[in-house]
Write a protein that binds this ligand. Sequence first.
Ligand code: CA
Length: 479
Amino acid sequence: MFPSTSKTPVHTGRVRRAAGLLVLLLCSASTLFAGVMMQGFYWNVPGPWYPTMQNQATNLSNIVGGYGINRIWFPVPQKSASGGYSMGYDPYDYYDLGAYSQNGGPGTHFGTQAQLKSCIATYKKLGISCMADIVLNHRTGGASEANTYTGGSTYTDFSGVQSGMCKWHWYDFHPNQYETSDEGTFGGYPDITYNSGDAYNDMKAWLNWLKNTNNAGFDSWRFDYVKGYHSWVVHDMIAASSPSYSVGEYWDANTTTLDTWTSASSAGAFDFALYYTLGNICNATDGSGYMPDVFDVTKCYAAKDAAHAVTFVANHDTDAIITDKMMAYAFILTYQGYPCVFWKDYFDNNLATGGGNGSGWGNGINKLIWMREKFANGGPNIHILKSDDSQYIIYEAYGTSASQPGYIVIINDDASQWKGTTITTSNGYLKNKTLKAYAWSSTISGQNTAPNNQACDGSGNVQVWAAPRGYAVYTVNGF
Ligand code: CA
């Protein structure tokens, strides 16, 4: 029980880290991640939630014309200290996915293990990856025990978990003789150490257990609160469990810091920089935001490192873009990076179809997903056409064929005026064609109408226009 010399030796983390950097050097070629992700829950969803998610799987696999999402982010899977009242961020028994009668269960807030397995199987059968929300920083709900290191007692005795797995004690947490602390703690919960003790190997084993369809069937990871522990832990967990994709919640708007973390961890990162930049633009309904900020590599991580950026407009923790949110969705769904659509926006806030004329949401998220998937193969290759006007921006996604001709995007945050100009595209699939704005919106009364079609000449000259507080996405007419 006591961490003797036969335990994991001290400072093996340094060894792990050096090995990780070598792997990164060998695998430095990055690839853009194609597709659209959805966060499949929001705070305090009604339970049991897994059946609700499962009921929407077919719809989400075919949003428009056979195109849909390619990944869904599930809530935290394991039984937590506050049981059925918990959103999962207070982990207790990792191997209880809702099968054991403890903490008010069986069932977590989101359902039973059987419901989870059924939900995952349905999505995977439709070709949609299933991403688990993984909390590695802390654990809570243990019994009190004598703590040899601190000399007092701590709630770090997890020997009572019904699954019988991961029966940790005080030496699996900070402080201990090998490591007194790491980068952060959360909520006063016991803070897990990965430099000694059991967690390092136990969590590797758990992730692999979660991948097995007999238990759950997840294939990718969203790591919660990664600011709270060493980046090499994420790196090593990924190396040990081979997910199809990983992203970390590194809650920071500094794109250089985000770069440092993704390089060390090998995971992607949520683009908090862009989230705040879009908030500044969308929430300034007088049009005083600076639209070209979205191309600034210090204000948009997707602009700096598209291969590692997961762009988003809202999530279960923060939903602070309160006006003209569709301008933000228009940007993330047509720009580089891996966009994540928030379930609540899609199903509850009426942004899927935008509600048609009059609602101010134009024709909504569905048309934007269709344009990204159909005309840019889910991963747009971006070329900026106009970034010198505070009120509007224009950019294009290059085409690859006549049936996949790319698109041109204009986003206008002006409070009252339509904005537009003549740009020159080098995209040959648009030349000598009539262009149509298939996706568009405006929240200004009377302006929420589709822009007119435009002729693109043989040299690539074409006018594009967007309504105030709105956007337009053009491609060849006739699809
Ligand atoms: Ca920590």
